[in-house]
Design a protein around this ligand. Structure first.
Ligand SMILES: NC(=O)c1ccc[n+]([C@@H]2O[C@H](COP(=O)([O-])OP(=O)(O)OC[C@H]3O[C@@H](n4cnc5c(N)ncnc54)[C@H](OP(=O)(O)O)[C@@H]3O)[C@@H](O)[C@H]2O)c1
Length: 279
């Protein structure tokens, strides 16, 4: 029988997940369809009821529902508990299980490059939901985490959560500093790269050994990554994080190994399509 999956959020029209998952189903001949639904915050409870009533096998959750959905679920996995947020729901024996694949998706996206993580230094720009998932996943692998955020209280709060895990967490103001010269991994998680124009500060003096990631998903290189590349660093965009969080959600729902290359192609096709229509 045909299975149904979806992503719910608001706004949702720019989600790349349908293209990625449907390309994966097609590549393996799986009888399933992945949909995209706009769900307003005041209709979340009804949307969850509706998805269950319609027999959906699972769904992804994106902004602004990643935390508020928890009140509507029966069980949380350790990853969802750690992040305090859910991006994947599975219906299993009538129960709604909340899971989170963002942090581990990020790890999978960089582990081919940054093989050993323990003891190395990560600097995170931003302290929002995405930064939290990434910081906790990196801290769990023994990395030292330094967080810089426009609103310093939020950086301090996240550094405190990292320290509660028994790992090294510190914070500072959102500006260049001595951290640049010995950073191993620099992750840009603010929404700044969504906008055109230069990044507000320079990366001059950054260690050439650093891996620099901007988690924003864009067809074109962001100004932040362009500068890091010019400084001689290795760089990644946000597409791989999106791909691997999707692959981990797939594996949580369907078991086995997700068809990574087919999903990557589906994602790229959708990105290019969006770039083409934007002109
Ligand atoms: N590749 C992926 O799979 C993936 C996954 C999740 C998210 N993302 C991307 O990551 C971005 C952040 O998502 P999120 O869920 O963490 O959002 P969020 O919780 O709203 O956090 C936004 C962050 O951006 C900072 N910020 C916003 N405007 C800024 C400005 N003008 N100057 C400096 N800092 C600014 C905020 O700082 P304040 O605390 O000072 O407001 C905060 O740290 C989104 O754009 C999303 O597209 C990508």
């Amino acid at each position: 029988m045909e299975k149904h999956y979806a992503v719910i959020g608001d706004p949702i029209e720019h989600s790349y997940s349908p293209g990625m998952h449907n390309a994966g189903y097609d590549s393996l001949g799986i009888d399933a369809v992945y949909h995209r639904f706009q769900v307003r915050s005041d209709r979340l409870a009804e949307a969850v009821e509706g998805l269950c009533a319609l027999g959906f096998a699972g769904w992804n959750v994106t902004l602004p529902h990643k935390e508020s959905i928890i009140a509507h679920l029966d069980v949380l996995t350790p990853q969802a508990l750690r992040a305090g947020a859910v991006n994947t729901v599975k219906i299993h024996e009538g129960k709604k299980i909340g899971h989170n694949t963002d942090g581990d998706g990020f790890i999978r996206s960089i582990e081919g490059d940054l093989q050993s993580m323990a003891g190395k230094k990560a600097v995170l720009l931003g302290a929002g939901g995405a930064a939290k998932g990434i910081a906790l996943a990196l801290a769990e692998r023994g990395m030292q985490i330094h967080i810089l955020n426009r609103t310093p209280e939020k950086a301090m709060e996240l550094a405190h959560i990292v320290r509660e895990l028994g790992e090294k967490g510190s914070w500072g103001s959102f500006e260049p500093g001595p951290w640049l010269k010995d950073v191993d991994l620099l992750v840009q998680t603010t929404s700044l790269s969504l906008h055109e124009g230069p990044f507000p500060f320079t990366l001059a003096g950054i260690s050439r050994q650093a891996l620099v990631v901007d988690i924003i998903v864009k067809a074109r290189e962001t100004a932040f990554l362009e500068e890091a590349r010019k400084q001689g660093c290795r760089t990644f965009g946000g597409m791989d994080m999106l791909l691997y969080q999707g692959a981990l959600a797939w594996e949580f729902w369907l078991g086995g190994q997700a068809p990574i290359e087919a999903m990557r192609k589906g994602l790229k096709d959708q990105l290019l399509q969006q770039m083409f229509y934007k002109g």
